[in-house]
Design a protein around this ligand. Structure first.
Ligand SMILES: C[S@@+](CC[C@H](N)C(=O)[O-])C[C@H]1O[C@@H](n2cnc3c(N)ncnc32)[C@H](O)[C@@H]1O
Length: 275
């Protein structure tokens, strides 16, 4: 396991110092919405209050995870991508990126990145690589893309295509120019054939109570979040070939045919490929 702030030795004590149980954290509340068990009472209280304000938030979380599965499947099976950099990983759950990718291509290499100490504490569950592939966890901040690129080098060959996965994370980079610059730094470092995968909350796709829920979040939980417009989210994909059907509700991005035409959730999803 790689780690900027938490070297191997003495990791437990350092993590416990960093984990705060008095304030709701995004990774843990997201885990609660996904019916996980890795959360504290404060996370459940805040998460349930938000569900009261914004009843479709659980569907958003599940649609986002299902989108991840469909996209990783497509990139591994149809685009031959074997390297994945999953920034803002979240707590381990069903169908983590390496499980989906290595089921199709056992030699896939995956680096997970998150800055929440609870994700670091549970990272071992993400490190169950196939023998042919590799899985690593990096305790790092998305605001430091150059540091992330340096730290992934032992695992990822940046001369070969990489899927940069940023699901539900750019919404925590509050300055849009900075978010654009983070994406550009990452995509400049990877070769043609690489992909950028994004999901991001929005106020444009319905989602009753979303705005009030975000305001409540920003007063009661961490880190602070923001919504963006489809145009702003599309600008993160500048210079990339945006795959069909474009920047759409992630529930409607190439849904499984068995699901018909799912109701939209207020979370855009998109995939861009570097030409
Ligand atoms: C909404 S969850 C999404 C998890 C997963 N990507 C998914 O789509 O299911 C966002 C994750 O981003 C992480 N995160 C938030 N800000 C971050 C930052 N500045 N650097 C790294 N990770 C961050 C949180 O800890 C959380 O695990």
């Amino acid at each position: 396991m790689m780690g900027h702030r938490a070297p191997h030795h003495g990791r437990g004590a350092q993590m416990n110092d960093r984990i705060r149980t008095d304030v709701a954290h995004n990774a843990r509340v997201w885990n609660h919405w996904l019916h996980g068990k890795d959360n504290y009472p404060v996370d459940r209280r805040v998460g349930d209050h938000i569900t009261g304000l914004y009843p479709s938030i659980g569907e958003v979380a599940r649609a986002d995870r299902a989108f991840l599965g469909r996209v990783v499947t497509l990139l591994a099976a149809e685009r031959g991508i074997r390297q994945f950099l999953d920034i803002g990983t979240g707590l381990p759950t069903a169908e983590n990126t390496h499980e989906v990718a290595q089921r199709l291509a056992p030699d896939s290499r995956v680096v997970y990145v998150d800055n929440d100490p609870i994700v670091l504490a549970h990272a071992r569950a993400l490190l169950t690589s196939s023998p042919e592939g590799r899985t690593e966890y990096l305790d790092a901040d998305a605001h430091d893309p150059r540091g992330i690129l340096r730290a992934v080098r032992p695992t990822l060959d940046l001369g070969r295509p990489v899927a940069v996965i940023m699901l539900g994370i750019l919404n925590f980079v509050l300055d849009t120019d900075e978010a654009r610059s983070i994406v550009r730094t990452l995509m400049d470092a990877v070769p043609p054939g690489s992909a950028l995968v994004v999901t991001h909350p929005t106020l444009e796709l319905g989602g009753e109570g979303n705005k009030e829920a975000m305001a409540f979040w920003n007063e009661n939980a961490t880190p602070p979040i923001r919504a963006r417009t489809g145009a702003e989210i599309t600008s993160f994909l500048d210079g990339l070939e945006i795959l069909e059907p474009g920047v759409v509700s992630c529930a409607r991005w190439r849904p499984d045919p068995a699901d018909g035409e799912p109701a939209p959730v207020a979370q855009y999803g998109a995939v861009g490929v570097k030409p």
